[in-house]
Design a protein around this ligand. Sequence first.
Ligand code: ZN
Length: 188
Amino acid sequence: MNEKKIKLVEEVIVKKGTRRCSGRIRDGKFLYYMPEALSKKQAEEIILEIRQSLLNRLQQAYQSYDYFVQNRSTITQPQQLARMAEQIYRRKYAAMIYPLNIQFRRQKTVMGTYRRNKSGEVTIYINDYFKNGPLFLLEYIIAHELSHHHFAGHDKNFYRELAQLCPDQQIKHKLASQYLILKEAQIL
Ligand SMILES: [Zn+2]
């Protein structure tokens, strides 16, 4: 990876009531979540480790950078998402039988969310970062959220459903994660 491309902005966030150290990339920054109880030296050592693992993830994601740039889509509108959702759902089911509201939305760290209200109306939000994203990544995220219509958790049945709605879902999931990392890092 071209090292000049990432300006490494880092932020340490001290978290109360946790013993876990973790890190993530968001808003162009490396964020480190540290419990209160750590000494400065302990924290520094752990941050070093987390930084390395975040860098590795970023570097891996960067291998798909050109591919993502070359495969941008023109999908930005809810109607386009709705059309895709209908097509995907019909791979298994005869017709879309529930009212679906699907749109892009600014979301933190997730690719999409599925919600159903008391009257059975379904809302799917797709992370804004995937506007103009490659078609097959949008396909993956939509299929994933549609699968939650019949299966709430991520169990065996859920993944069987997802595989039926979205061929090669595993590799698409991997690429979608890479895409999200590059977006969170503000590289893409
Ligand atoms: Zn899910």
